[in-house]
Design a protein around this ligand. Structure first.
Ligand SMILES: [Ca+2]
Ligand SMILES: [Ca+2]
Length: 569
């Protein structure tokens, strides 16, 4: 991982992706179903350490939307459904713990614009790396309060730069307590001690100050809504002697090796090893800590681990050049994770579980490029975002750090119900709204994203089950075929029609989702009718599916031809 940098990111939720809805002579009939019988509605059982749903941890708040580590970022994370908010902690000159990701202040504040602070700039070495910057330990809290926060990532929202204050750990605690009362949900805080060895060298140790503030808040034991995390080891062992609160050992590596899908560990590298090991010239790395023996050692002083996701799910290139190096598989001009597919590259999760340690991986970002096996990949692709979360829920992680808590919360809810959301998009430039697109969590195609522009999400959406529901809610598989020439997809619940698509040369992309078949005219309790509408335009039958009873405003008009299937309500 890269503790001080975040790669350029871009967020584009509304036009991210879409699938051309059937514009064909689809004859959806319900004569042939893939239904089975017996049993009841299936819902996910959580494969977590305590059997509870995994926690959504607001990484630096809701840092995908507003500047990180501000009161506004934390408040937004809570509003978006996060279970915990994460203040990274560094010290001021007067020993107050403030929420910043690193002691260097120039990356996320306007400190460089203050002439009176110009002479505070200096060089300091942290975990073996030299930085020339303004450091938090050289500023009193009163001086820090003169600064304003700014967005770290160039491609994220810049409009709040200069608007928000730098806040203290105490501010975060007060917010969490107030919001716990207001929302009726337990809002936990997840403080991280940043660079404890460096803080010690600067004469500003973090541990006693942290425990003092948390104890004053009434938080001292494992059942209290606090997790304390650190990339170092000795300070966690020290904290174990100072508090009964839950402790989390963070883990990391230098980078993902796209050629192999393995995490790269380099001795004495700031990303590959704890800072206290680097300071002691100890050549072990985090690779030594993710083994069964390493996890057993961690369990002696900590309650869980916080690994980088690439330490157990790597991304391996799908194509290689003549030089044997990863190639630009998707042809977008750069070589990155979007040119690869995910592979399991270690037994980290199982090893942690064996040692009774919970696993809270980081960091999940909607506005990053995704590997191809995440629903075809694509930056900001809603289906890929959901697919990555689903992989984590399936693996049984106990929580995860995300910059976009709303996306994780939504994915968790769908996974719990074993459902996928089906959303309709419309081509806004089409006055007749003739071009409609549905997208599900299992749909994806980067070719579509590159080709189709100007789409807006409509209000029409429903939920379908990703796996077969048995018993009273027996489901039918909805097949999906792709026409690469006209960039469109065809869906059908009719086996014969699905076969006809294949015969017509369309590519079979598998089962799109499972829906509940209609039996008679009404949908079963707990389900929602998805109606089928058709019209003829220039001799071609244009079909739409909608939860509406009628479609208006189009010329020629659509006529309803019955219920296509029942979806989850
Ligand atoms: Ca952190
Ligand atoms: Ca590429």
């Amino acid at each position: 991982m890269k503790p001080f940098s975040v790669a350029p990111v871009q967020r584009n939720r509304t036009i991210s992706s879409s699938i051309r809805r059937a514009t064909s002579t689809v004859a959806i009939t319900l004569a042939t179903l893939f239904a089975s019988s017996a049993a009841t509605i299936h819902a996910a059982t959580w494969n977590t350490l305590n059997g509870q749903p995994p926690l959504v941890l607001g990484h630096r708040g809701a840092s995908g939307y507003v500047p990180e580590h501000t009161l506004e970022s934390y408040r937004l994370a809570i509003a978006l459904g996060a279970d915990a908010i994460e203040p990274d902690l560094v010290s001021t000159k007067d020993g107050v713990l403030i929420a910043r990701h690193e002691p260097m202040l120039s990356g996320t504040t306007n400190v460089a614009s203050f002439a009176k602070f110009a002479n505070r700039k200096r060089t300091s070495v942290i975990d073996g790396v030299s930085y020339t910057d303004w450091f938090s330990v050289d500023f009193t809290l009163a001086e820090v309060k003169e600064l304003r926060a700014s967005e770290r990532v160039a491609d994220r929202n810049q409009k709040f730069n200069g608007a928000f204050e730098i806040i203290t750990l105490q501010d975060v605690i007060e917010l969490a307590k107030k919001e716990t009362i207001r929302t009726g949900r337990t809002i936990s805080i997840y403080p991280e001690t940043k660079h404890p060895t460096w803080h010690n060298a600067e004469g500003k140790p973090l541990e006693a100050a942290l425990v003092s503030v948390l104890s004053a808040a009434g938080w001292t034991k494992k059942t209290d809504p606090v997790f304390i995390q650190s990339f170092e080891i000795s300070n966690l062992k020290q904290l174990r002697g100072l508090t009964g609160l839950r402790l989390v050992q963070l883990l990391s590596c230098y980078d993902n090796d796209l050629a192999t899908g393995n995490c790269i560990y380099i001795p004495l590298d700031a990303d590959s090893a704890p800072g206290d090991w680097i300071a002691a010239n100890d050549r072990r790395t985090y690779a030594d800590m993710i083994t069964p023996a390493g996890m057993a050692d961690i369990a002696k002083y900590a309650d869980g681990v916080g690994p980088w996701k690439r330490q157990f799910i790597g991304v391996k290139a799908l194509a290689f050049g003549a030089d044997g190096k990863p190639a630009d598989f998707n042809g977008d001009g750069s070589i990155d994770e979007a040119d690869g597919t995910t592979i399991k590259n270690s037994s980290l999760v199982a090893n942690a579980r064996t040692a009774s340690l919970f696993v809270h991986p980081y960091t999940f970002r909607t506005d990053r490029a995704f590997a191809r096996d995440y629903a075809g990949g694509g930056k900001g692709n809603a289906s890929a975002v959901n697919a990555e979360y689903r992989q984590m829920w399936s693996l049984g992680v106990d929580g995860l750090f995300t910059d976009f808590p709303d996306d994780a919360v939504k994915s968790r809810a769908l996974f719990a119900a074993d459902q996928v959301e089906v959303i309709e998009y419309a081509n806004s430039s089409d006055a007749n709204a003739a071009t409609r697109f549905f997208r599900t969590a299992s749909d994806a195609d980067i070719r579509i994203i590159a080709t189709v522009k100007g789409l807006t999400r409509t209000t029409d959406s429903f939920k379908a089950w990703s796996t077969v529901q048995t018993g009273a809610l027996a489901t039918t598989a909805v097949c999906r075929y792709f026409d690469s020439k006209n960039i469109r997809h065809f869906y059908s619940v009719d086996v014969a029609q699905c076969a006809a698509y294949g015969a017509a040369g369309y590519s079979n992309e598998g089962i799109a989702f499972h829906a509940v078949p209609t039996t008679g005219s009404a949908c079963a309790s707990g389900t929602l009718a998805v109606n089928r509408f058709t019209r003829s335009v220039a001799g071609v039958t244009d079909e739409r599916l909608s939860t509406a009873q009628a479609l208006s405003g189009s010329t020629p008009a659509y006529s309803r031809s019955g219920v296509a299937f029942c979806a989850a309500n």
